[in-house]
Design a binder for this molecule. Structure first.
Ligand code: R5P
Length: 293
């Protein structure tokens, strides 16, 4: 694998523990103003420092992410359909490799719709995208999208993941399912798990834990973070599992603690007389290891 490609991959899947926490905010590309993601800039701002990478479209990147960030971008480059359109699987590549490079993308993401009407088109597009991206050392993440009529079971997801990997995808995103190990074992590239529809916070933490235990490198989570009653508490708790090896109980306990914390406010500075106390080395308290960035 070329140095550039390997380097970009290691920005997304952290080499120290082979884990990844990707924050997904690309939903608007076919869903429009998704609930609680109506204003991506406001959603992204407090969460950015807790994710390893951000999955998004170029429109959201240019309008809603500060250029000063050093969080790697996983750029969605496929689209062309909408939730009210005829067929969600009718996607094409909509972003040029030049624009992806201008945006300093660390990886490109596109969906394949195995078993759907436009299966052929999306799989061929994946192959073509890998051809182009490899020329510039940019990894490709294939999203195994599931049509309404298809079940998210291990048999179907193994098929979709394996096809994506055979076309040269460097990472595959899929759903967690029963017998998830089977999906991981038959896919020769790293698998990252999508969060899916909003569920109870503890269940989403359980999903994160199970996915990693089943062999996923991590999660690419959207709705279960920013649709949570406390998105910052939630992403920190997910992070605690992904990078802190926390159990579900530990992570949920952290969520409950953080959920009740008041958001920090910028208090006006008070004119207290300065006390020049010498700094003392306080002994470290036994706080849970949350692995903040
Ligand atoms: C679909 O719109 C995208 O590929 C999402 O990035 C993906 O489904 C992950 O988001 P969520 O955790 O909300 O399912």
């Amino acid at each position: 694998m070329d140095w550039g490609l390997q380097n970009r991959l290691s920005q997304i899947i952290k080499p120290q523990n082979n884990r990844a926490l990707m924050l997904a905010v690309d939903h608007g590309y076919f869903l429009g103003p998704t609930e609680k993601l109506e204003n991506p800039k406001k959603v992204i701002a407090p969460l950015l420092k807790y994710c390893d990478s951000l999955m998004l479209t170029r429109g959201v990147q240019r309008t809603s992410v500060p250029t000063s960030t050093n969080v790697p971008m996983v750029l969605r480059v496929s689209g062309g359909s909408s939730i009210i359109g005829e067929d969600l699987s009718q996607e094409e590549i909509t972003v040029s490799i030049k624009d992806a490079i201008r945006l300093n993308a660390s990886a490109l993401a596109m969906s394949i719709f195995v078993g759907s009407k436009y299966e052929h088109q999306t799989i061929v597009n994946l192959g073509k995208l890998v051809n182009e991206a490899e020329e510039y050392g940019i990894p490709v993440l294939a999203v195994t999208a599931v049509g309404k009529e298809l079940g998210k079971d291990a048999r179907y997801l193994s098929l979709a993941c394996r096809i994506a990997a055979e076309q040269g995808a460097h990472i595959v995103k899929t759903y967690y399912c029963d017998n998830f190990e089977k999906v991981v074992q038959s896919c020769p590239v790293p698998i990252i798990v999508a969060g899916g529809k909003k569920i109870y916070e503890r269940d989403a933490l359980q999903l994160t834990y199970d996915a990693i235990k089943g062999g996923a490198v991590g999660v690419d989570m959207g709705r279960n973070i920013w649709q949570s009653e406390n998105p910052v508490a939630m992403i920190r708790s997910v992070r605690y599992i992904v990078h802190g090896n926390a159990t579900v109980d530990q992570a949920f306990k952290l969520y409950q603690t953080l959920r009740n914390e008041k958001p920090q406010q910028n208090k006006p500075q008070q004119n207290k007389p300065q006390q020049n106390k010498p700094q003392q080395n306080k002994p470290q308290q036994n706080k849970p290891l949350e692995n903040k960035k």
